[in-house]
Design a protein around this ligand. Structure first.
Ligand code: 5AD
Ligand code: FES
Length: 345
């Protein structure tokens, strides 16, 4: 399978059959080979620089009922919360002082944060922090709403496609959600000039080699500026409570393939990866990731934003987290930089 890895490195693409061959015939040697090449590509494109994004989980209300997610609307064990504008600006203030120049507003699909309120929030953040990038991660909206957010000053948008295979999508979501609509949203976001992030969970229930091949082909075609992947981790209050978690080695291998396929992509070593292994994020960076996203949410709400069980860093102040991340990155020969870390295409 080395020849497919070499081909991906040289041409940044593979056919459906080649992707299948690569994913179906893995060995420790080929995994290690892909990781080494991907690490070299990250070094070539970004050197030892690792970008940080301050994640602000501003609402855990959600109208959706995705089978994998801990804050799905049917989970009545969740203590729901939302941060107001002043709380959010306070998170930004703290983050700015710690060197963050990107803020990520992530939340469930919460009707309280309708278009007008979001536009006000975006403008307030951009006014106070004109030198910072603002990323939104608030789900599926109409084109006009995305346009309003863009015009208000939002720079980036994260919306994982979850799986590119329609049948698989239906096994992960209730019937009112569709994979086709999700893909449409991603195309719209790109068209509107957002730096756009897609992505999927590794080892989600019913994922197969075929569905993964579709993920890689879809990502190649979409050509997003960011890709977020992390292991699926079961949550005790969801229909997937008894499903197995995603596997570390698989996640690292797919990170490496993504770096080879999209050399300049902004690729986080996710909190979920850090949750399934104490050095998961470091290993992610060594497999090609170049972004980490420490949590800037107030400690008082951290435990309430539990998409999956066992989430790390829920008790740590942002300052402790950033210090910890700095040490972690330095130990593997990298350094965290204070930079917006925009995509340079
Ligand atoms: N395990 C891992 N990742 C999850 N997400 C949601 N629930 C889980 C889970 N149980 C991911 C989804 C979503 C992102 C915000 O978090 O991919 O897009
Ligand atoms: Fe959060 Fe280590 S990164 S405590």
């Amino acid at each position: 399978m080395r020849e497919y890895i070499d081909k991906l490195y040289e041409t940044q693409s593979l056919t459906r059959e080649e992707f299948f061959g690569l994913l179906a015939n893995r060995s420790e040697e080929t995994d290690a080979y892909a990781g080494k090449l991907a690490c070299q590509v990250r070094q070539r494109e970004y050197g030892d620089r690792i970008f940080i994004r301050g994640l602000i989980e501003f609402t855990n209300y959600c109208k959706n009922d995705c089978y994998y997610c801990g804050i799905r609307r049917s989970n009545s064990n969740v203590q729901r919360y939302r941060l107001n504008e002043e709380d959010i600006l306070e998170c930004c203030r703290e983050g700015y002082a710690l060197g963050f120049r990107t803020f990520v507003l992530q939340g469930g699909e919460d009707g309280y944060y309708h278009e007008e309120r979001m536009v006000g929030l975006i403008k307030a953040i951009k006014k106070e922090y004109p030198d910072c990038a603002l990323t939104l991660s608030v789900g599926e909206k109409k084109e006009e709403v995305y346009r309003a957010y863009r015009e208000a000053g939002a720079d980036r948008y994260l919306l994982r496609h979850e799986t590119a295979d329609e049948e698989h999508y239906r096994k992960l979501h209730p019937k009112e959600l569709s994979g086709a609509r999700r893909k449409e949203c991603l195309k719209t976001l790109k068209k509107l000039g957002f730096q756009t992030g897609a992505g999927f969970m590794v080892g989600s229930p019913y994922q197969t080699t075929d569905t993964l091949v579709e993920d890689f082909l879809f990502l190649k075609e979409l050509d997003p500026q960011m890709v977020g992947i992390g292991p699926f981790i079961s949550h005790k209050d969801t229909p997937f409570r008894d499903e197995a978690n995603g596997i570390l080695a698989d996640t690292l291998f797919y990170l490496a393939l993504l770096r080879l396929m999209l050399p300049k992509v902004l690729l986080p070593a996710t909190t979920a990866l850090g949750t399934i292994h104490p050095r998961g994020r470091e290993m992610g960076v060594l497999s090609g990731a170049n972004v980490v996203m420490p949590n800037l949410s107030p400690v008082a709400v951290r435990k309430k934003y539990q998409l999956y069980d066992g989430k790390i860093c829920t008790g740590d102040e942002a300052s402790e987290c950033i210090g910890c991340m700095k040490r972690r990155m330095e130990r593997i020969g990298c350094r965290i930089v204070t930079d917006r870390g925009d995509y340079k295409g």
